[in-house]
Design a protein around this ligand. Structure first.
Ligand code: ZN
Length: 80
């Protein structure tokens, strides 16, 4: 049984139905998975944490055009 490396969900893949290099989407977490091996089926995650857009520490450009207004943070959090 192949497991999604991202969310650990079991993915029912038939080794005869996939090819090396094939891109799949995890039915559970919707991560993009690439088949790197077919006997047995092994997949790797292509897309990393796409949901977290607030990680922008890699941009080292001094961009004055972007205004960051994170000081005014009184938006209510969604709690159920
Ligand atoms: Zn997954």
């Amino acid at each position: 049984m192949t497991k999604c490396p991202e969310c650990d969900a079991e993915i029912d893949l038939d080794e005869d139905e996939v090819e090396e290099g094939e891109i799949l989407a995890c039915p559970e977490c919707d991560a993009e998975l690439e088949v790197t091996q077919t006997h047995p089926v092994h997949v790797i995650v292509l897309s990393e944490d796409d949901d977290e857009d607030d990680e922008e520490e890699e941009s080292e450009e001094d961009d004055d055009d972007e205004e960051e207004d994170e000081a005014d943070d009184d938006s209510p959090e969604d709690e159920e």
